[in-house]
Design a binder for this molecule. Sequence first.
Ligand code: ATP
Ligand code: MG
Length: 393
Amino acid sequence: MKKIELPEDVRFIIDRICKSQHEAFAVGGCVRDALFGLKPHDYDITTDCSPQETEALFSEFKIIETGIRHGTVTVMINHQPYEITTYRKETSYSDHRHPDNVSFTGNIEDDLSRRDFTINAMAYNDSVGLVDPFNGLEDLNKGIIRCVGIAERRFEEDALRILRCLRFSSRFNFRIEEATSKALFEKKELLKFVSVERIAVELNQIICSDNAEKYLTEYKDVFVSAIPQIINADFTDLDDLNKDLKTRLTALFFKNENGLSECESMLRYLHYSNEVINEALSLLRHKNDSLNTVNEIKLFLTDEDISTLKRLIDLNVNILKEPYLSVYDDIDMISDKLIARSELEVTGDDLKQIGLTGKDIGIALENVYKLVITGKLANDKKTIIEYVKREMN
Ligand code: ATP
Ligand code: MG
């Protein structure tokens, strides 16, 4: 019998349910990851107990009821949430996204049959072992993503599965089984029924995977159906970049002449935060900055954070194929030693006293600051005042 090492709290939950004349299994992602040799990041439990029965069985623990309409009771054990969901069967899906209604079932195989891919449709407990009616283990061993049941129908029911398919295959670098792959293309137009927020969640994972270039390129038509603005994006060398979302989103448009406006329109369409959008736009605006010397780097850092500088270097080197310079090894040190504007030995008041007014004060201060940090002027009140006076004449 196939054995999976379940954590103590998960065994405790399953044991308690099984002792009450019911059954319970670990299910889905945790079974897949454990069989694949990865540490599951969480454990979902599936059971024939009704949500009310589950609540009664774990009444001494804190319970969160948010998912109860869908049969999910979240039990907090040792500060860890465990989702315990009643076996479900789903009926029709008229909006291509959500089941019209959820009905409970007493049969684990029914519950597994509503799940998206064979590798996600396995359940396990220590007494029964692996429940694997769709040969998920074989697909896992062979590295195959395959829909449970008829692929077209499964994507018609819930179009988000199209992107989930690409998410799992890019995460594991698994081949997409033929009928499933064909259905991805055939049903791609249904992606218009998926909310932009959900599309972004899937894109984030795919774009930050080890195999982003391959899957984005091969399934570009599918992605264009979900995100029309991605049509001119360039996926080349994406995997060489750090797995940093802002860098990788920007990279899609980094070589593109109209990159700035296309990137902005994609990010706004997908409702990314202003923080993400502003960073991408900063990177694209600074695309042609020269960053070859210590002083150029210092000047860059007067306007932007060091995190932006690091992203820009990553993009310049890996996307634009510019050389990696040895000075880039020192940017943390350069940044640490950089004199702050507040450390300048003159203030606006000092400049007022020698006759500067209005906007000229700010302009002069900024000018002096840049000269000081690049070592062209000493940070000394007398020297700076003399310099400004000279410039005024
Ligand atoms: P991850 O490691 O990304 O969390 P996961 O497999 O746990 O992977 P979840 O989104 O957490 O993915 O979903 C848990 C399980 O619920 C899946 O393994 C799958 O069995 C099922 N599932 C989730 N979303 C769908 C869906 N849209 N259609 C069918 N089954 C789904
Ligand atoms: Mg999960």
